[in-house]
Design a protein around this ligand. Structure first.
Ligand SMILES: Nc1ncnc2c1ncn2[C@@H]1O[C@H](COP(=O)(O)OP(=O)(O)OP(=O)(O)O)[C@@H](O)[C@H]1O
Length: 361
């Protein structure tokens, strides 16, 4: 089956002016998203995930600057195949043509994206009325259908509710309905379940998957939790210090991880098997991004670091057409090494519990 590309990010670099000097938050990111597929960006806090997706939405803060790169968005305009570099559009053009219409975003905390003074019905209809001048009756009917789609019972009555009438999980469903109101091609979910309790989290993830099957929308998840990714993503990009350091299919990342940072993230996942096992966290801290990076930025935290890691940042080594990683361990000059024993055991357990983890969905 041919895959239809929706987004293509190339060599994206973003910096911020800060009181401590120039902060290089994103340092050359490449990422592809295809129609109907789900891509996850995973990494610890500060790795550059949010900044990358904010650049896609055209909502970088004022002290931010695009240093280099392109974000190609492929879409149909009057049945014509069209490609637009989103970085060439002004903020105003982005607001009018892309943001919320063609690319929509769901944020972590539903309360910050909902207007407490407006009924949920009006909030869902707003985009349709302002972006597309949809007649009110049509917008109303579509809003009711969207409420049904996001699993809200008795949708007509709910149209008149205000956010404070609803539980956290319901509010996040409303936020998703608002995001879908203008039939976007891409839905970006920024830690969409972090603020919710565990059972609701799973329901929201299932909901997004279900919507994806029904609408063919493409989804980008950003999360620090690899556990979330296993169930929902087709492809995973692991981000560290402003770069993607490993990318692959979900199977590649979970069963054949190559980068010691990915090993750390896998070991840091709560384990379904041994409920008693202590939660591992990667030792040390990410680098200060206002300082020049010399060598591999993960070097000081990496038990497997080589001498070259001190001096040179590793390039991406391509393992298969889907899987690549930026670690000198993959260089032909690297010494033989064994994976950490706990990781071997973890991968073994994940293979056994594939159904529970949901890998290879
Ligand atoms: N407006 C800003 N001004 C200065 N620095 C910023 C700004 N926004 C982000 N940064 C910095 O850019 C880097 C990447 O931040 P980003 O928010 O993308 O990380 P993240 O991976 O999404 O983390 P989190 O999971 O905590 O949101 C961090 O060092 C952050 O402090």
């Amino acid at each position: 089956m041919t895959r239809d590309k929706v987004l293509e990010i190339r060599d994206l670099a973003i910096s911020f002016k800060t009181s401590g000097g120039k902060l290089c938050a994103v340092r050359g990111v490449d990422l592809d998203l295809y129609r109907g597929e789900t891509v996850a960006i995973v990494g610890e806090s500060g790795s550059g995930k949010s900044v990358t997706v904010k650049a896609i939405m055209g909502i970088l803060s004022k002290n931010g600057a695009i240093e280099s790169g392109q974000i190609h968005y492929y879409y149909k305009d009057n049945d014509q195949d069209t490609c637009q570099d989103l970085l060439e559009l002004s903020k105003k053009q982005m607001r009018h043509t892309i943001n919320g219409k063609r690319i929509a975003m769901v944020f972590q905390d539903p309360m910050t994206s909902l207007d407490p003074t407006m009924s949920v019905g009006n909030q869902i209809m707003e985009g349709m009325l302002t972006h597309y001048q949809t007649p009110k009756k049509e917008a109303y009917e579509k809003a009711v259908r969207l409420l049904e789609l996001v699993g809200i019972t008795n949708p007509e009555a709910r149209m008149n509710n205000y956010p404070h009438h609803l539980s956290g999980g319901m509010r996040q469903r409303i936020v998703i309905a608002i995001a879908l109101a203008c039939d976007p091609d891409v839905l970006i979910c920024d830690e969409p379940t972090t603020a919710l309790d565990v059972t609701i989290q799973a329901k929201i993830l299932e909901l997004i998957q279900d919507i994806q099957e029904k609408t063919g929308i493409s989804v980008i998840y950003i999360t620090h939790d690899l556990g979330v990714v296993a169930k929902v993503a087709d492809y995973v990009n692991v981000m560290y210090a402003g770069k993607i350091v490993e990318k692959g299919t979900t199977d590649d990342i979970f069963y054949r991880p190559q980068h010691p940072y990915t090993w750390g993230l896998l070991l840091a996942m709560p384990d379904l098997d041994t409920k008693t096992s202590k939660l591992y966290s990667i030792p040390g801290n990410p680098p200060n991004m206002t300082k020049e990076i010399v060598g591999d930025p993960f070097y000081p935290r990496n038990n497997y670091a080589l001498e070259i890691d001190r001096r040179e940042e590793p390039p991406m080594f391509q393992l298969t057409h889907t899987h690549s990683a930026a670690t000198w361990l993959l260089s032909e000059h690297a010494p033989q090494y064994d994976l950490p024993q706990e990781l071997i055991e973890r991968i073994e357990r994940m293979r056994k519990e594939e159904a529970a983890y949901g890998i290879s969905k």
